[in-house]
Design a protein around this ligand. Sequence first.
Ligand SMILES: *Cc1c(COP(=O)(O)O)cnc(C)c1O
Length: 816
Amino acid sequence: MGDTQFALQVQALKEDIQRHVAHTLGGDPYPPRKGRYFLGLCYSVRDRLVTKWLETQRSFYDTISKRVYYLSLEFLPGRFLMNYIQALGIEDVCREAVQSFGMDLDELVEEEWNPGLGNGGLGRLASCYMDSMATCCIPGYGYGILYDYGIFYQSIVNGYQQESADNWLRQDSPWVFRRGNFMYKIHFYGRSEVYYDSSGAERFRWVDTDTVMAMACDILIPGYRNDYVTNMRLWKAVSSREFDLSEFNEGDYIGAVESKVKSENISKVLYPNDHSPSGKELRLKQQYFFVAATFKDILRRYRKNNYASFENFPNQVAVQLNDTHPAIAIAELMRILVDEEMVAWHEAWKLCQKTFAYTNHTVLPEALEVWPVELLWRVLPRHMQIIFAINHFFLEEVRRWKPGRDDIVRAMSLIGEDGPQTVRMAHLAIVGSHTVNGVAKLHSDILKKRLFRNFHEFFPEKFTNVTNGITPRRWLDGCNPELSRLITSVIGPDWVRDLSLLEGLAAYADDPDFQQRWLTVKRQNKKRLARYVLRKLGMGINPASLFDVQVKRIHEYKRQLLNVLHVITLYNRIKVQDEEVHTPRIVFFGGKAAPGYFMAKLIIKLINSVAQVINADTAVGNSLKVVFLPNYCVSQAEIVIPAADLSEQISTAGMEASGTGNMKFALNGALTIGTLDGANIEIRDLVGHENFFLFGLTEEEVVQMRAQGYNPWAIYENDVELHKALDMIACGHFSPENKDLFRPIIDALLHNGDYYMVLADYRSYIQAQEAVSTAYRDTSRWARMSILNTARMGFFSSDRAIMEYASRIWNVDPIR
Ligand SMILES: *Cc1c(COP(=O)(O)O)cnc(C)c1O
């Protein structure tokens, strides 16, 4: 860009910002105010995207290409403004323009609220995939719900998690295009009625329903500097225009208004459970609401290009189910085809199976979604009938396949019969899809050999793996601008779109000058985090310490407890000056607990209680500090991850499907201490075993040990340091005001079988941590390991993952 062109762009942007402040917001541009100018900048950036968006949509219609629909009940996009600016390549223009108003771009972008429309990994994955679909020009859309209240805001009060509502739409978001003139009617309740058509064939229709309207709200998703812009379409529930006439006629005006308001509850709030379904009626209604609205949209678009026939449907439409949350879509498409489009059942079923693909995200048995049959009969009677019919035909085939094996028939049925009948959504998703994938190699293998063994035997060709990825735009270029600049200075800028180019860094791993620059960037990022901690918690920390970080949802399987036991062990060693050459550490924790998850909340309290004792102990000084960062979210991750030296990925082997946090850290040059779980295995294989701190049982050993009868008590009795750490928790050393406070944790570990094998992995973990401390003291060795981690992470780009989905699952090509 020439100087004059740059100056013209800055001038144009300045005028746009002030025009929006005055004419869009009705505010006085003088004197310049941060809040208004932030919004003025948002609208100005948005204008520039909209033009490209309309062009992209037109090119879809010109090519009539097959489209991908990524259905997800959660998206966790993080702030948009900087992401848009960087995608458009106008960062310098924006900096200059806002500087002329006396403002700083980095400060301005922090005005934006984080859209928390997801819980954690699953929602964040959906957002990385949106970014990659746009960057790779895959013709696709994300579909979900525009919740009024996203994931709750977490504060820590007296060491306990306190939740408060996240009313992120209180002020209208500049990014959401509400299409008030674009609504679909969605039905609930009522009954399925049989009738006979003109040829005398038996048919069904869904009647006497309640209706809710779904309003489309679009958020733009730009590709990286490629002029391609797609969108996520999020549905908002609004009451149907009409009041309930019966209530109205009975003179119950308030009752009629009340039902109107009630119907809007459907998109009110995100369920805050990660890895555990709530089983609530409202949640089921959310699932069907967004699926039904999405299919109205899909069919509208399909009909534009195709007329009477549905033969072509799977050649035009690929639907990806992000977990089982949208799996009711399978029954919905059958209902549309059979009841409304009069397609014969077996034809419709073939079309369905060619349309859907299902991504499984968990093997935790308690996380597999099931709905009571009784509830489905009430809320979606026709769908329940359809699911029974699907099951009938499916089990007929299973019986032919394994005659006389009622046990297998029962195990594979879509209907669970232990206790009150339930619908097993994963089974529905498997039989209704052409492809089922896990999210890392180990996870996909576990699906085949354990969780869905029968299904794998029955449909061997259906099962595959697509290892997760993360977008390098947000998770390196965006969140770590200093490192991005350093990388670009040696290998050029193309890595942002082709992450495999990072390999070029390996050549510099032993270069002392490059190592020094690498470590300087890390130090800058650690200082940035230290400022954040000072601002948020009023606590000063030393950036020369090893920054040891575990940020992710709090869950027993993720084993924050194992980390706490290490912290207490270090503490005890420092107290007796046993650790002659100690490596000063700051151990950071962050993460939300589901509000109803008692143990997870108690773990948060334990971390904070341990932190309080250690941080106040003058004998410890700067050797060890513990920090709990409240309200872990995407924006916090963007500060914490670039500052980490050590990434804690310590789940019980076999329990973390993939993890994506592990990838973000390694990409930013943190070294991993981890188990052979999820994508850790693939990360370790690629970065090199010598550049990864491995510990713990393998998945096979975990299964074996459980089968043989694992005895945590014996481990406790035989390990002096572990014994002491647990005793301190049990005796109230960290909770002097209530000595029994942490009793449930001790019970889980010592008396109730330690299901997550914390004690089994303790000693091996402590040893791996000793290796970490030793390695960190050798600065040059650490720098080399860190550089090699980043250099070898190219595979974990979500661009690679999306291109695998596109070619192996969706059968779509990039457009242009
Ligand atoms: C990446 C990410 C996660 C997932 O982290 P895991 O360590 O893979 O569980 C959760 N929450 C946020 C905000 C993230 O950015």
